[in-house]
Write a protein that binds this ligand. Structure first.
Ligand code: FES
Ligand code: FES
Length: 185
């Protein structure tokens, strides 16, 4: 067998596996190429296109979703690693007429322009509020054992993995701060 034939045979073999993911409270059964990222499983297989693909390299945060309550860049993790995990996307946080408090605050504070980064920003912010509630310090927390302050600096630092090319940052911070301070439930 020539080398090129061997390469062709190897390329033609696609390993798939059956997995079950719990997404927004529903069990979803998929037969996926082992190399499928969680982001592509959500967007291309489950058609949950709220989660966005920006860089596909872990640089922009547009693909942020919640897994077991923690935020993760879904472009950097394989779907097969999440059998049995509880995955929440922007579609699972709220709906028109029943918005999540952060979704409502983003609307109120004009926390977006094109909106491409917004699902990732909001999923990330949900986890940020939980991190603050649980007393997890950030790189700008002055006291590592005291409850983290709810300040613009803290929010900016904790949201620094979510890039907004429209630069809606001041309004994003204002929206998150309002919810963090209990102004919107
Ligand atoms: Fe995942 Fe940019 S698309 S971090
Ligand atoms: Fe356009 Fe953030 S609102 S990238």
């Amino acid at each position: 067998m020539s080398v090129s034939t061997a390469v062709q045979i190897k390329t033609a073999e696609t390993k798939t596996t059956k997995i079950a993911l719990t997404v927004n409270g529903q069990v979803q059964r998929l037969d996926l190429d082992l190399r499928t990222s969680l982001l592509d499983a959500l967007r291309e297989h489950l058609h949950l296109t709220g989660t966005k693909k920006g860089c596909d390299h872990g640089q922009c945060g547009a693909c942020t979703v919640l897994i077991n309550g923690r935020r993760i860049n879904s472009c950097l993790t394989l779907a097969v690693m999440h059998e049995g995990d509880d995955i929440v996307t922007i579609e699972g946080l709220g709906a028109p007429g029943a918005l999540h408090p952060l979704q409502a605050a983003f609307v109120e504070h004009d926390g977006f322009q094109c909106g491409y980064c917004t699902p990732g920003q909001i999923c990330s912010a949900v986890a940020v509020l939980d991190e603050i509630r649980r007393g997890i310090p950030s790189h700008v927390s002055r006291d590592l054992v005291a409850a983290p302050a709810i300040s613009a600096d803290e929010i900016r630092e904790r949201m620094s993995g979510n890039i907004c090319r429209c630069a809606a940052y001041p309004n994003i911070v204002a929206a998150i701060r309002e919810v963090a301070e209990g102004g919107r439930k």
